[in-house]
Design a protein around this ligand. Sequence first.
Ligand code: MTE
Length: 888
Amino acid sequence: MKTSALAIRTAEQSENEPMYLPPSPPASHKPSDSDDSDSASERSEETYDLPVPPPSTYPMEVLELDKNTPDAHVVRDPRLIRLTGVHPFNTEAPLSALYDSGFLTPQELFYVRNHGPVPKVEDSESLDWTFTIDGLVDNPVTLSVRDLQTEFRQVTIPITLVCAGNRRKEQNTVRKSNGFSWGSAGVSTALWTGVLLSDVLERVRPKRKGRYMCMEGADKLPNGYYGTSVKLAWAKNPEKGMLLAWAMNGEPLQPDHGKPLRVVIPGQIGGRSVKWLKKLTITAAPSDNWYHIYDNRVLPTMVTPAMAKEDPTWWTDERYAIYDLSVNAACAYPAHKEEHPAVTPETDFTYKVQGYAYGGGGRRITRVEISLDKGTTWRLTDITYPEDRYRSLPDDATYNNSTFDVADRETSFCWSFWSLSIPMSELQAAEDVLVRAQDEAMNIMPRDMYWSVLGMMNNPWFRIEVVHEGGKVRFEHPTALKTEDGWMERAKREGRNLVDGYWGKGPAAASAAAVEVQDEVKMTNPASTRVVEYEELVAEREGSYLFVVNGEVYDGASYLEGHPGGAQSIISAAGQDVSEEFLAIHSESAKAMMPTYHIGTLSPAARRTLASPPTTTAISTALRPVFLDPKRWINATLTTKRVVSSDTRIFTFTLEHPDQLVGLPIGQHLMIKIQDENTKETIIRAYTPISCSSRKGEIDLLIKVYFGNERWKGGKMTQAMDVLGMGHRVQFKGPIGKLVYKGRGEVNLSTASPSNVKIRRFNMICGGTGITPIFQVLRAVVQDAEDATECVVLYGNRKRGDILCGKELEELERLGGSKVKLIHTLSRETDPTWKGRRGRVDNVLIEAEVGERREGELVLVCGPEEMEKDVRRICTELGWGEGDMCFF
Ligand code: MTE
């Protein structure tokens, strides 16, 4: 590991100036005689052999891809691998780069976990940043960073932070969890400077009833400000080393790491170390912050995502909250995909297998072992503990205006490094290299993974597979971040059972008997064993529409007529990998139909080509007249949000240029893609804009926000939309949908068949936001004086305030005259002044207003699933066939 001399001051601290103005230079140099304030008469200096804070090479410019995000003020290192798209910023360094940078991680390579936008704080405001401490305390206070720096003892402690999701991609490969995929570099170490929380808490004097310390940051997220809690007894205990920190590696915190002030909790999962700290509250119960409850837990393994969604009591059981880190280790070298020519006795050489290990709660790693024979025998590695080198410093040694608080601690708050030299011939003779660590409490990494809904604290043996190919030996890590070529991903593709206890290589009987942990719907047909090449996938052949979901190839041709989303969605998917949107918008029953259309598996070469397809056409720089593209996601910018009511908003998105038409036929929808700030899951939903299709340069979307409550998390998409900042770019794709209204009674019910049907009346039945596609068709009929199509609209809501586009609908009814009849029906209105119909959209209403099936009429339905089911049943009883009804 990289270490060298660190200059430490060992004399009286003459200045106790706050440090933000200007930022201190990194303390890695030995000041020369000419350093003006460092004259030998004022202080003596000694040099110790300590890990050196890496010289900062912090980038000075905002990266291009951050410019259109709420983090446009944050400079970042382009080497960091983004795990959740462009924003929010969740990143880790390539494992080798992290490991090579040594015991202390440079700020710019330190992993980042941001749930949302980074608060903007100027250097000049940092010292005046305040936070409050209140709740069950005798002496509530508001303190500034300046107060902390001038009124309390300043300490520096080396501490490793680890995201609870470190190594989660392995869990996600076994079975998708609710969390995004981290590799094994969600871990980093720094020298943290600040004050001990125990000192600060002494000043506020917590009351006897206080048992928890709740913390809250300044980052506003979809479910409130980020916050969590730890036990107060821990925070009061100086031995736990909890800090309020403003510096990392001798430099002010960078924005991504909590500038200007954060909590640092050693030995516990990173999620407890709240950044941009604004509040500490002493309470009798754990935090009720949404992020404390729905994040950072390991629920029992049998709890599926669906169970956890349905029953909130899983989340409030404090026994499943995680604090201390579990013992864990990963191998940095051999690196993923590292290759060596196969050796002979003559060419054999010694290879140093090496990596990191960490324990939780300050417990020291006491052994790291390697097995080359599947865990039958183990070899002990050498471990170094760079953290211990700070313990030999004299008590009065100062660093960055602070003292090192390490010497008399019996805690191990940092990662350690292990290594073992092994002849390459032995490595290449093994099928795999297995690594496990153990701590001083004898906690040991398990062989088998403990899968859980959030995929946290993953720590089974770290396994590297040894692959022989073409006279070479290749080492493969379990997963890879930007590709899917880890051994686990390969095994999964090959249909091997990753939880057979033998990493998918168990004896057939064991594999067959293994519990099927996947409760995902099976979408493949075991008889479809063809390997499909890229050329076949993209070839345009009559009667064949091949598309890819999760590496499997499907032909949608025979479903063009039947597809509820219309033939166009299948046609648009042809030749593409549509995994993301397919999985996002299809129900379990739709997925269960997939084996019928499954034709084979994409070849590895085709997978690679599909990931970066060859450019066949020059990219046109001409302005596109039409915004929507059925095959590509296109960005539009959120420019206005009009609050229509407490839960309804109209969002206006600006298209690529003012003359651009949205390109959405009447009756069709578009797909919107954004990312859930909490789960980092990509959410895709279909919406129908309310703006006219002839409007240029902009589209309006009417969105009702489904806010969560104690029992229900709320609508993922709508809550995420609600917190989008102006200027945020959102992606659109389309059009999709089964029905196109061509005008004057002409309807095309599936773009697969060119023939239009002529109708004379629409029976429109809708509920809640289901009004939007109905509204488009109704407006088209009304606005064309020559269009004589009759429209009866039955619109169900709970209360008067829930009616969407109420005024616009009245206006259309007025303008439509005898061709439009609008009936509102409210199921839960208690206001006696409501003179309209009461009750649900039921058989009485439908029988009266729609009646029995008649030729030349269509029933259009859009509403909640339950309502659609009822309408289908009632209309079927009235003689309407499937071909007479269109469910949006
Ligand atoms: N604090 C705030 N205010 N907001 C956040 O999103 N993320 C938490 C924690 N503190 C978070 C936060 C999580 S989950 C982790 S792992 C650590 O910050 C990551 O700290 P880092 O980004 O400095 O590495």
